[in-house]
Write a protein that binds this ligand. Structure first.
Ligand SMILES: *[C@@H]1O[C@H](CO)[C@@H](O)[C@H](O)[C@H]1NC(C)=O
Ligand SMILES: *[C@@H]1O[C@H](CO)[C@@H](O)[C@H](O)[C@H]1NC(C)=O
Ligand SMILES: *[C@@H]1O[C@H](CO)[C@@H](O)[C@H](O)[C@H]1NC(C)=O
Ligand SMILES: *[C@@H]1O[C@H](CO)[C@@H](O)[C@H](O)[C@H]1NC(C)=O
Ligand SMILES: *[C@@H]1O[C@H](CO)[C@@H](O)[C@H](O)[C@H]1NC(C)=O
Ligand SMILES: *[C@@H]1O[C@H](CO)[C@@H](O)[C@H](O)[C@H]1NC(C)=O
Length: 456
């Protein structure tokens, strides 16, 4: 047994290069899968919904969940590739139904919480501070700070959906998550007390809900570009219906999700793959012309460096320096007649917006195609997703130089995802994407959040 670290702040990660703690274990005896036991509500939902909105100053995408007894709303930053849900239990956590994960319990194996700890920061047990509990490493992926914390279990309540409106509220009595700590809330939006991880992990929200309610291991995100209206996260399969009665789960383009065999978390147990969602971008075209790139950066090396991932914690597309420079150069060539203006950090290529026409899918600029498994399959980024309005007359390319040695070569950020629906199929490891919904006369903020649940 390891004892609880005395100075958790020594696990604060804040430099550019990952500073990792590796725990070597023989895991084969622990890879035992157990379904979370739950008491079902009076009916079995086929899908669930959460609202998601963009917080304007941090550019983080937030959601609100309900948990504990009595139930309280909790605001969290959405982390698409995150391992699990974590909240700060050290402050204002009051619940009569809280239970810590007892060492070597089935909950610990399900959560892959392999280390056993005592809490030395207090003599009295409290949420987040109990003895003989199994340990997880909640990670603030915005600032890359991680800590040790106990596995926790409490009531979680969420709205079901028929794909069109939210319906009855269903309860998960033994939802598994982890506690955070006050110091790892740094960098998160005001009022946020943790993160909601949707990654490839047995207790991430999508995995947990599909096991708990026996529905398809699929979920979808649709981020709104407006800060005043909600986008939506669906757990379970479609239909995903947006007014005026468009089922966005139809006509998706599919590409395989690729597994990065090496975790890129701040602290992790070795031997498990990354929980993040990667796709295989083979080349980039701008205005139909291939941008010359060092394509070896688009695959993983032996340490899991390289590749292309999708992230909701990066506001803009991040690219390794040589890729960034090549993309900006090609974009400037294709947009030749538009006058460039001073850069607005962190965005490097900015233009006078008066000389750019407007279209249904945003400013009329050369489209950027992320070419996937074949030349015929690509993710086309139109002006609404490539360009950012930084001020009244200035539009910038929403791309940031990610440095010369980043862990991941291309990170597709939140701005690129807005008003596109992305469906993640965990069973077949496949991503379905809609391309810009603006061409289909709807947006992610159109989902009708008026509940159809009957009263009482
Ligand atoms: C943890 O606490 C228990 C009592 O709750 C005690 O029996 C055990 O020895 C402690 N382990 C360590 C490593 O301090
Ligand atoms: C954990 O166990 C130790 C004894 O090993 C005890 O001193 C301490 O108070 C216990 N802490 C909690 C939170 O129960
Ligand atoms: C959580 O978000 C909602 C919706 O934006 C907001 O009304 C509420 O004040 C937030 N809660 C906290 C504690 O900031
Ligand atoms: C391409 O990238 C790989 C991986 O970073 C590097 O080893 C190689 O030297 C690069 N090739 C060129 C021509 O820059
Ligand atoms: C730029 O302007 C020139 C002259 O007006 C025109 O011939 C050319 O086609 C324009 N190029 C683009 C990319 O719009
Ligand atoms: C939203 O759903 C409610 C309940 O079904 C319905 O009464 C209302 O007309 C819908 N609103 C829109 C804009 O479709």
């Amino acid at each position: 047994m390891a004892s609880w670290p005395q100075t958790t702040s020594s696990f604060l990660y804040s430099s550019i290069f990952p500073w990792r703690l590796l725990f070597h274990f023989f895991l084969f005896c622990l890879l035992l899968f157990v379904s979370p036991s739950i008491t079902l509500a009076s009916f079995r939902p086929k899908a669930l919904v959460l609202p998601v909105w963009k917080e304007p100053s941090s550019l983080q995408y937030l959601t609100q969940i309900w948990q504990r007894t009595p139930l309280v709303p909790v605001n969290l930053t959405v982390d698409l590739g995150g391992q699990f849900l974590w909240v700060n239990c050290a402050k204002d956590y009051v619940s009569s139904s809280y239970r810590p994960g007892t060492c070597r319990s089935s909950q610990c194996s399900l959560a892959r919480a392999l280390l056993c700890s005592n809490c030395s920061s207090s003599a009295t047990p409290s949420p987040g501070c109990n003895n003989k509990t199994c340990t997880l490493f909640p990670d603030n992926t915005v600032i890359r700070a991680a800590t040790f914390a106990e596995l926790a279990q409490d009531v979680f309540s969420i709205q079901s959906t028929d794909g069109k409106n939210p319906g009855s509220v269903v309860s998960v009595p033994k939802f598994l998550f982890s506690c955070g700590a006050t110091f790892i809330l740094e960098g998160l939006a005001n009022g946020v007390t943790g993160m909601a991880g949707l990654g490839r992990y047995p207790i991430s929200l999508p995995s947990f809900f599909s096991a708990a309610f026996s529905f398809d291991r699929k979920f979808a995100i649709c981020l709104s570009s407006a800060t005043k209206s909600n986008g939506v996260i669906f757990f379970g399969d479609g239909p995903y219906i947006f007014p005026p009665n468009i089922d966005v789960s139809k006509n998706l383009i599919y590409t395989p999700l690729v597994l990065n065999p090496v975790s890129i978390d701040a602290i992790y147990y070795t031997g498990f793959p990354s929980t993040e969602y990667f796709i295989q971008v083979k080349s980039i075209k701008i205005n139909g012309k291939t941008v010359p790139l060092n394509t070896s950066l688009l695959s993983f090396d032996n340490e899991g460096n390289g590749g292309t991932k999708i992230s909701t914690v990066k506001p803009y597309m991040l690219m390794e320096t040589s890729i960034y420079n090549a993309v900006v150069k090609a974009f400037l060539q294709e947009i030749a007649n538009v006058s460039q203006v001073a850069a607005v950090a962190p965005l490097g290529a900015c233009f006078n917006s008066n000389s750019i026409e407007k279209t249904r899918a945003g400013p009329a600029v050369p489209p950027i195609d992320l070419v996937l498994q074949s030349d015929l399959v690509y993710w086309r980024v139109f002006g609404a997703n490539s360009m950012v309005h930084v001020s009244e007359n200035v539009l910038c390319l929403g791309a940031v130089d990610g440095g010369s040695n980043p862990r991941t070569s291309i990170v597709i950020g939140g701005h690129q995802l807005e008003d596109n629906l992305l469906q993640f199929d965990l069973a077949t490891s496949r991503l379905g994407f809609s391309s810009s919904l603006l061409f289909r006369q709807t947006t992610c903020s159109n989902f009708n959040f008026t509940s159809t649940a009957s009263e009482g």
